[in-house]
Design a protein around this ligand. Structure first.
Ligand code: NAP
Length: 391
């Protein structure tokens, strides 16, 4: 099969032929139809952690090809031919595991969700990693009420309040768009009105004010006084919860400045990774950080840290995927996608050029092709063998 393989010395990835994987007893083999790009995929090709020869890439959607011998007993509903989506870690760690940018992959049977017939696999590929990231931040770390049951015992102190305020910095990121939808679901299941504020470019404000996001008010993160605008929108109270979907440079300090005295915030990048800095002692409380990889339930080594294997985080991911699979209608909408031309062979040349080597500031804005305009409120998606398979 063809796969996109890391070349750590040249800091790139190239399409190579490797054997089709075989499933272990509780795994399934998936024929991959679509993959979506995440900044982290590009980051660790341009700054390799893994060894040459690793399959790169995280988000995928595809069709179940075969089942490991125990899967029919563990999951009697799982069948070859089902359409599913999920993510793997790819080369974003020291751990030696293959990623998703390949014609076939193997994954534990319970770390995928069922894609409904009325959803394209291109749309489905854009959901798993960023939606789970948003769910972890809001329900698992900040403790907002979740629309599904899970074993994480931390609960935010929301009971004595008639309404809550939530602020999402960089609301048009893939993570931010799912976070907004999950905040709305939290409000619905807990019967607690939530006023949601966001920061994004004004060109995205009309989309963000509309369903399914419905921000109550939006500010432009390029306005130097945006924190004052948020304070004024909350009548000087500050917000109860905040999620910084960029966590770069001064963003963490700025987002912390709009928190109410009891407020809490989550970040998507770690202090250890040094994407953001704050002066010692200036934050009211330490921002809550975690990595989506925890959902895979294995020890992960990256960014000079070791995230221990967490069965609780894995169980949370399984519960979230069941939630996506089991209700009559898909509970969240996929983010807008940009279908990129070509397949695996164009990902580094085009997709990774757009995502850049690490920070939003380093993104390439010099290419003139229609599909190379800067990423704003959408996910880059590639169909594998686009000419042979339908979307
Ligand atoms: N902890 C985890 O496990 C985890 C998981 C997933 C992602 N992440 C991290 O989360 C971050 C966001 O990922 P993503 O996939 O959601 O990003 P993305 O969709 O690629 O982000 C694109 C958005 O970034 C916004 N943006 C660009 N420059 C900005 C700036 N200087 N300040 C504020 N916003 C800016 C743009 O907003 P406008 O167009 O509105 O200007 C654009 O819509 C990345 O750093 C990623 O590595 C972490």
């Amino acid at each position: 099969m063809e796969a996109l393989i890391l070349d750590a010395a040249l800091k790139t990835a190239t399409v190579e032929r490797i054997p089709i994987p075989s499933p272990s007893s509780n795994e399934i083999i998936i024929r991959v139809d679509a993959v979506a790009l995440n900044p982290v995929d590009a980051l660790y090709v341009f700054n390799p952690l893994g060894k040459t020869g690793r399959v790169i890439g995280s988000d995928f959607a595809g069709t179940v090809e075969s089942l490991g011998p125990h899967v029919p007993f563990l999951n009697p509903h799982m069948r070859a031919g089902q359409r599913v989506a999920g993510f793997l870690q790819g080369a974003s760690s020291v751990n030696d595991k293959p990623g998703a940018f390949a014609e076939y992959l193997r994954i534990p049977h319970d770390l995928v969700w069922q894609v409904r017939d009325n959803m394209s696999l291109g749309d489905a590929a854009a959901i798993s990693l960023c939606a789970l990231t948003a769910a972890q931040c809001l329900y698992y770390r900040l403790g907002l009420p979740a629309p599904f049951s899970h074993e994480w015992s931390r609960k935010a102190n929301t009971s004595c309040q008639h309404h809550l305020t939530v602020f999402i910095y960089s609301a048009s990121t893939s993570v931010g768009l799912y976070a907004a939808q999950l905040v709305r679901l939290s409000s619905k299941v807990s019967n607690t009105p939530i006023r949601m504020f966001g920061a994004a470019s004004p060109s995205n404000h009309p989309m963000l004010s509309s369903p399914p996001y419905e921000f109550a008010a939006l500010v432009n993160y390029r306005d130097p006084d945006w924190p004052a605008q948020i304070h004024s929108l909350t009548s000087g109270q500050g917000v109860d919860f905040a999620l910084d979907c960029i966590s770069e440079g001064s963003s963490v300090a700025q987002v912390a400045s709009v928190l109410a005295p009891h407020g809490e915030m989550a970040v998507v990048r770690s202090r250890e990774g040094k994407a953001w800095e704050v002066e010692e002692g200036t934050l009211p409380s330490e921002p809550l950080y975690g990595a989506v990889w925890e959902g895979l339930g294995e020890e992960t080594e990256y960014q000079n840290m070791t995230l221990p294997a967490s069965s609780r985080a894995r169980q949370f991911a399984v519960s979230f995927y069941r939630f996506l699979s089991s209700s009559d209608e898909m509970p969240i909408q996929p983010n807008p996608i940009r279908l990129m031309p070509g397949g695996l062979n164009r990902i580094v040349l085009d997709g990774f050029a757009l995502l850049g080597p690490g920070t939003m500031e380093q993104r390439d804005g010099n290419r003139t092709e229609e599909w190379m305009k800067p990423v704003s409120g959408e996910k880059l998606v590639y169909l594998l063998k686009a000419d042979e398979k339908s979307n």
